[in-house]
Write a protein that binds this ligand. Structure first.
Ligand SMILES: [Zn+2]
Length: 152
């Protein structure tokens, strides 16, 4: 493994953790040459599907985050977790057809489309928080605040 900044091959792993529900290992590495840090992922060989965040950063598509966002919008609505899982699989499959990566906006809009076709209440709830999404992580954060709001 060579440093992407200075191409030096004297690179050391400083942190490793299992991510993507055990499907990948994320390693934080530091270059001994220029001291810069970078991240690598080790996973089973299969085209990874990446999400491009509004900040420009990329991270692996995480189905559970999208499901969590949908679940929050569909609180007390007649949907099973398996309905949401299969909706997200459909969304992922469709987005994958367009390439190895997609934007957070494309995901948000796909979820909105699905909700519009399947549940008007969920659609309105999701649309009301979607406008403020800054990043992929906001799916989870917004989902939590939405649940709090609807409980309070
Ligand atoms: Zn370096």
């Amino acid at each position: 493994m060579r440093c992407p900044f200075c191409l030096c091959s004297d690179v050391r792993v400083v942190d490793s953790r299992v991510v993507e529900e055990g499907n990948a290992i994320r390693r934080r590495r530091v270059c001994e040459g220029c001291n810069k840090r970078f991240t690598t992922y080790e996973r089973i060989e299969e085209a990874p599907f990446l999400v491009v965040k509004r900040s420009g950063g990329r991270e692996p598509f995480d189905r559970s985050k999208v499901v969590a966002g949908m679940r929050a919008s569909l609180k007390n609505r007649p949907f099973l977790d398996s309905d949401l899982e299969s909706a997200v699989s459909e969304i992922e499959d469709r987005l994958r057809l367009a390439g190895d990566e997609c934007s957070t906006d494309q995901i948000g809009l796909s979820v909105l489309e699905w909700l519009k076709a399947n549940d008007e209440v969920g659609y309105i709830r999701f649309a009301s928080v979607y406008k403020g999404f800054e990043a992929w992580h906001d799916f989870e954060r917004e989902a939590v605040s939405l649940v709090k709001k609807s409980e309070g």
